[in-house]
Design a protein around this ligand. Structure first.
Ligand SMILES: [Zn+2]
Length: 207
């Protein structure tokens, strides 16, 4: 689909973006998404980099995943909309391209989204208690040996804190989830097709 991108330099340029991608057929998109290079566009006049967000669907049949990606601007709309009754059980939603990249890393590493978002919640609570004035966000980065690596934003300006969590804490959280999927934090992490720490942290106007 073609879109016009207006730049601050007064130039407007046209881009062509896919609405649906199959990650098994076109695996190069996985690297682009993880590297943050996906849908970056350079203004044809001034050279400024633009990172617009458009809705799209990522199909990943080998992982049993249909990922609906919504722009950050549609976050409010997501909570208001009605889901179709015959929604595919494989459909998952993420809101914003950073969440898309994080989810691709989670699925690449064969981790449970529920257990992962619960771990992020525990890390968030700790960081938020230590720095109550700051706007903290927690992101999954990668599996490294016997640990899961998270990036915590907002502790210091323009710095990312790297936090490693032992894999066995993840496994224990996954066990808890399988035993008690309807208890918190797991129950509150998911709203329809969207499983995210953001569902616990969302402001009153999005409830
Ligand atoms: Zn420009």
């Amino acid at each position: 689909m073609r879109h016009k991108i207006p730049c601050f330099c007064d130039n407007t340029f046209t881009i062509d973006v896919p609405q649906e991608i199959d990650l098994d057929t076109d695996p190069q998109y996985i690297e682009d998404i993880l590297a943050g290079n996906f849908m970056n566009f350079i203004c044809t006049s001034c050279g400024k980099k633009h990172k617009p967000e458009f809705p799209l669907t990522l199909n990943w049949p080998s992982k049993g995943l249909i990922l609906e990606v919504l722009p950050e601007l549609d976050r409010g709309e997501f909570y208001r909309r009605k889901e179709p009754k015959n929604m595919s059980p494989e459909k998952e939603t993420v809101i914003s391209y950073p969440e898309m990249a994080e989810r691709i890393a989670i699925i690449r590493d064969d981790l449970s989204v529920e257990a992962l978002e619960a771990l992020k919640y525990y890390l968030f609570v700790k960081a938020d208690e230590a720095y109550p004035e700051n706007e903290i966000s927690v992101w999954y980065n990668a599996k490294t040996g016997e640990a899961l690596e998270f990036h915590i934003h907002g502790i210091k300006d323009n710095e990312v804190a790297v936090m490693k969590t032992p894999l066995n804490l993840y496994e224990k959280t996954l066990e808890d989830y399988k035993k008690n999927p309807r208890t918190d934090p797991f129950a509150s992490l998911r709203i329809k097709s969207y499983c995210s720490l953001q569902n616990l942290l969302r402001p009153e106007e999005l409830k």
